[in-house]
Design a protein around this ligand. Structure first.
Ligand SMILES: NC(=O)c1ccc[n+]([C@@H]2O[C@H](COP(=O)([O-])OP(=O)(O)OC[C@H]3O[C@@H](n4cnc5c(N)ncnc54)[C@H](O)[C@@H]3O)[C@@H](O)[C@H]2O)c1
Length: 420
């Protein structure tokens, strides 16, 4: 009998016509997310995992077991402290290093990988300070090694169809976009302690997780590729949500229910681009609410709402200005990558985004080409956290974006999504 995983592997193999030259990836961090990425990678033809690093021995052994069970040699394990990833990165039998550790390790792992001549892939965000953003850029430029933030939302079906429609001029000229990370994250563990993710909310008042909405918006508006973010201003509401979570989990008398948390429940940011596009970004991870990326795109000829999953295009036949269903638009403007690979992609996590992002990363490593999301994208999308932190601390004062491309945004070509 063919298992579901085996079938997925075969389907993925059939989808890839290319010669499956081996691509050897070292994994750093195989907790929840890293394990899911590991399973997906093992379904891609030619991918080998010679080494895994995780400070948690149980997680490491689970990862090693998954690779063995998929019919490969047991990967060598690294668990000798927080910086043991450096020994993994130094191996001479790896083409790439992928990190899915907590945020503070993403840039150090990616930098170690590039310095050792490997492609770097990092979970989101790629960096948590401006200094780390510059270190990523400078290291990539110096070593010639690409660094890709694994922003899976860029590969969602709706995001790529809207990109396709923009490229065909259906929305006219884009004037405004909206997006948000609005996801009720449990930051208090069952034992009443604050999770590693929650610890960032203890210390920082900012948009802590900007890349899921800003990645797609940056692709829609050609950021770093014809346009650039110039400045932002940011404001946070008061902070009440984590106290409520802690009181619910550990009781109102627990110290974590009474503690002061820096992160405002709702952070709202306005960004402007060189070409005059405005962007509103929301970050809300501690209010009870349905998950919503809150996408909206307004052009001179029409509007798309991701929350409603509706559209309105102004043309001679458009009739009254009312929201329209997306069905006919998917029939006409489905992105070619989704037409070709959508059936396979949707069997994987995050509506298929997890499959397509890894397919594109692995293809770039195999072909020794630039990754579709490059180090400049990784840096500018991640920089929103420290920049919003500065703005909030300064009474919502405008803060300039650094130009990580040092002027290359003026001539760089818009992103091409090929599916690998
Ligand atoms: N793109 C997405 O949709 C998505 C979804 C979930 C999580 N994430 C991201 O993935 C990352 C991991 O999240 P998670 O939920 O899997 O967390 P997790 O806590 O479940 O896993 C983190 C793992 O990293 C290990 N680790 C910690 N420090 C390490 C170090 N210095 N060296 C080696 N291993 C180390 C831990 O032992 C653990 O196994 C985060 O950055 C998170 O934001 C992204």
């Amino acid at each position: 009998m063919i298992t579901r995983r085996a079938w997925l592997g075969m389907a993925a193999g059939a989808a890839l016509a290319q010669n499956a030259k081996p691509v050897r990836i070292g994994m750093v961090g195989v907790g929840n997310r890293g394990t899911s990425l590991l399973r997906n990678l093992l379904d891609l033809p030619g991918v080998e995992i010679p080494a895994i690093c995780d400070i948690n021995e149980a997680n490491l052994q689970r990862g090693q077991g998954i690779v063995e069970k998929a019919g490969h040699k047991r990967p060598e394990g690294y668990w000798n402290g927080l910086e043991d990833f450096r020994r993994l990165a130094a191996r001479d039998d790896l083409d790439a290093v992928l990190t899915a550790t907590p945020w503070e390790w993403h840039a150090p792992v990616a930098i170690a990988a590039m310095r050792a001549g490997k492609y770097a892939a990092t979970e989101v965000p790629a960096a948590i300070t401006l200094e780390e953003c510059w270190d990523l850029v400078n290291t990539s430029e110096k070593t010639g090694m690409p660094c890709m933030i694994l922003e899976n939302v860029c590969y969602y079906r709706n995001v790529l169809m809207i990109l396709n429609m923009i490229r065909q001029g259906v929305f006219g000229e884009i004037v405004h976009c909206e997006g948000g990370y609005q996801h009720h994250i449990r930051k208090i563990r069952p034992d009443g302690e604050v999770s590693w993710r929650g610890m960032h909310s203890v210390k920082r008042n900012a948009n802590l997780y900007p890349t899921h909405p800003i990645g797609p918006i940056a692709w829609w508006t050609n950021i770093n590729r014809g346009d650039r973010f110039t400045h932002l201003t940011s404001m946070s509401s008061k902070s009440l949500g984590i106290n409520r979570q802690a009181a619910e989990r550990a009781g109102p008398g627990h110290p974590n229910a009474k503690r002061r948390y820096a992160l405002g429940d709702v952070n709202t940011t306005l960004i402007r681009t060189e070409n005059g596009v405005t962007v509103t970004l929301t970050h809300d991870t501690q209010s009870p609410r349905p998950y919503d990326l809150g996408f909206k795109l307004q052009g001179t000829l029409g509007i798309y709402s991701g929350t409603l999953e509706k559209i309105f295009i102004h043309d001679a036949a458009s009739g009254p200005e009312q929201w329209r269903d997306m069905g006919p638009y998917y029939e006409k403007y489905e992105h070619p990558v989704w037409k070709r690979l959508g059936q396979t992609a949707t069997k994987y996590g995050h509506f298929g985004g997890d499959y397509l992002e890894l397919l594109e990363f692995v293809a770039a490593v195999r072909n020794r080409t630039q990754t579709p999301i490059d180090v400049y994208d990784s840096a500018v999308w991640s920089a929103i956290t420290p920049l919003t932190e500065q703005s909030v601390a300064g009474g919502s004062a405008p803060v300039d974006f650094p130009d990580f491309t040092r002027g290359k945004w003026k001539t760089a070509k818009p992103v091409e999504v090929t599916g690998g």
